[in-house]
Each structure stands twice: as C-alpha cells, then as structure tokens.
Design a protein around this ligand. Structure first.
Ligand SMILES: Cc1ncc(COP(=O)(O)O)c(C=O)c1O
Length: 343
C-alpha cells in the first residue's frame, strides 16, 4: 500500500458550520483555492454550501467555471487573472470577479458588453499587503472608471474587497481603517457595493471588526490553524485530511514507511515522529519514495502508520518540524494521490 489520503467530509462540514456561527451576522465564503488546500475542490464544494457557506472563493476563473459546470449555483468568487484571461464566459456564468487593475476593469466591462449582461465586479483595494489591488492613490480613479462602466450597464460593482496581511493586530487595524476609507470613497462616486470583504481565517475568527459582510475562510475550514500558538483542534475544529501508510522492516532498528517526499511528506523534518502500533516512532530520514523511522518493539511487517491524524501528528506538528505553515503541509500532498472521501 502507498499513501492513503482520507478526507473526512463530516469534519469539514462541522468546521464550516462552526465558522458560519462564529462569523454571523457576516456570511461565509469558503476558500477552495489550490484544489481546496489539497483536499479536493469539487468534492468539498457541496459540503461547504450544505454547512452554511453562501459562496465559494477560488483563485481563478477556470476553477470557478468548473464549479459552475459541476452544478454549483451559489456565489463563486475568483480574483487572480492573467493577461490572457477571457472574462466572457465568467460573465455569462455569473461569476463574481475580483478586479485589481484598470486593464482588468476594461476587459471585464467589454465582456459585459459582449454578453449583454453586466459583469459582477468586486474592486480590490490594496490596504497594505501589496499583493495586487488598486493602490490608495489610484483608488478614486478606479472607482470613477467603474462608475462610468456601471452607468452603461456593462458592470455592476457588487463588492469592495481586500486581504489582510495578519502580520500584527496593529497592521490589521491600519488596514481596516484604509478599507473604511476606500469604501467611503467608492460611495462618494456613486458606487453601492453591498459585499465588503477583507478577512480570511485569522481575522475572521478573532476580530469581529474585520468581518464586514463576508469572511473568506480558508485554512480553518480544513481544521488547520493559522495561529502558531494554537492548533485547529484547540480552536474547536477537526482536521479534515489524514494520512496513513504501511511499513516493513528496513533493518534492525529502522522501519521503512511506504510514502516519501514524492507523496508530499515534508523533507528534512526536525523532531518528527509517526504513530506505529500506538507508539511514537522518530522519523530518521525522508526519501523520495519512502520514509525511515525508528522500529518499535514487536513490529510486524505491514503495520499501519499514522502520518497525519489517525492518532499520529497533526498537520501543524509537521509544519513546526519543517518551519512552515499548516497550509503548506496539506496543500503539498500531490493531487495524484487518491483521496478517499468519507465521514
Ligand atoms: C484572497 C484570499 N482570500 C481568502 C484566503 C484564505 O485564507 P486563509 O487560508 O488564511 O483563510 C486567501 C488565501 O491565501 C486569499 O488569498
């Protein structure tokens, strides 16, 4: 047996329901970017909506279109576009489009003209993260250009949005104040966006002031914490992805586990362990196709090994052993490894 990737759909639904409860009266969109952080985008979409999310956020338009084709009728928000992005189908399919540049705004308006239906636009303002969005100095001009397109019924500005750096409480406070200023400026040129959104997991969970109309929860929906000081489980959430494999004797003191860094097991972990027969066994090396760990007493060939979950370590544990964040651990499990959906 190679790596088993189990996805617990009930845990995912419980997490989303808890986040929906936490964010109320704001609504929740679940971020399904990067193949739902490695969990399976189309597979989890319906569960997110069933658990109370009112929309889904994906990186790009092709992902949004594939969810529409899958039958999702709820709000689908896509925000990352290349030079070549064709907005026409997105407009035809009622995708909510995040817009960060004047070129994008014009292209989206042109798509609205072609499709004879106003494009649903969310204007993005950069509130300090510097990861796309109109700068503060360009914002009023962008809003005025959008208002002109709106007058011609090529677009409708349904949202104003941004993304927090979550670097510190102070940085977020400044970003929220810039966001308020941007919203007021949009109103001053006649825009009437009803969906204001800036928070993702960290601020959405902890800061009511950051929730506005919608929170775009990503990693917390998968039961993995964005905070270094607490795990998802400590926050009352359940991990959704678990990994297990089997092992055989390698030599007198070592077992060989059938999963390596080709399967997404992080390389060079410091202090990692896995669970074998109820015992914590220290990982000694991660190779491309297999992993070596200490051999527990009374080990039988073919024993099951808990690599994430199944009583073994959490994604956050692996993140701390490899000096990264939990997102990287779950997203790093290759899409070619078969997911088994249950729960
Ligand atoms: C625009 C946007 N919204 C929401 C999210 C979800 O973030 P998180 O996983 O921290 O909840 C991301 C993640 O990168 C993002 O880029």
């Amino acid at each position: 047996m190679t790596l088993h990737v189990d996805i617990d759909l009930s845990a995912f639904e419980r997490n989303v329901a808890k986040l929906v409860n936490t964010a109320a009266p704001a609504s929740v969109w679940v971020a399904l970017k990067s193949h739902a952080y490695g969990h399976g985008m189309t597979e989890l979409a319906d569960n997110a909506l069933r658990a109370g999310a009112t929309g889904l956020a994906v990186l790009d338009i092709p992902a949004a279109l594939s969810l529409r084709a899958h039958g999702v009728t709820a709000t689908l928000f896509a925000w990352l576009h290349g030079q070549e992005t064709d907005f026409a189908e997105a407009v035809a399919q009622g995708i909510d489009i995040g817009v960060s540049t004047l070129n994008q705004l014009d292209a989206v308006a042109e798509a609205g003209r072609l499709q004879k239906v106003p494009a649903r636009v969310h204007l993005k303002v950069d509130t300090g993260l510097h990861r796309n969005g109109f700068t503060e100095s360009d914002w009023v001009a962008a809003c005025s250009a959008a208002a002109a397109h709106e007058k011609q019924k090529l677009i409708v500005v349904v949202g104003v949005w941004s993304h927090l750096a979550d670097a510190s409480e102070e940085a977020d406070r400044i970003a929220l104040s810039r966001f308020d200023t941007a919203i007021a400026a949009a109103a001053s040129v006649g825009l009437k966006p009803t969906i204001r959104h800036i928070a993702a997991s960290a601020a959405g969970f902890t800061n009511a002031d950051a929730r506005y109309d919608v929170v775009r929860f990503g990693i917390l929906a998968y039961g993995v914490s964005p905070f270094s000081e607490s795990s998802g489980q400590q926050l009352g959430l359940s991990p959704v992805m678990s990994l297990r494999s089997t092992a055989e004797v390698h030599d007198e003191s070592t077992i060989r586990i059938h999963a390596g860094w080709h399967d997404g097991i992080p390389q060079n972990p410091k202090g990692a362990w896995v669970l074998v027969g109820g015992e914590r066994c220290t990982v000694t090396a991660v190779h491309p196709l297999f992993t070596l760990a200490e051999r527990p007493a009374g080990f039988d060939d073919g024993s099951s090994v808990g690599i994430i979950g199944h009583g073994g370590p959490s994604a956050e544990d692996w993140a701390s052993w490899t000096n990264t964040i939990g997102d990287e651990i779950v997203t790093g499990i290759p899409v070619t490894s078969r997911r088994v959906f249950g729960g």
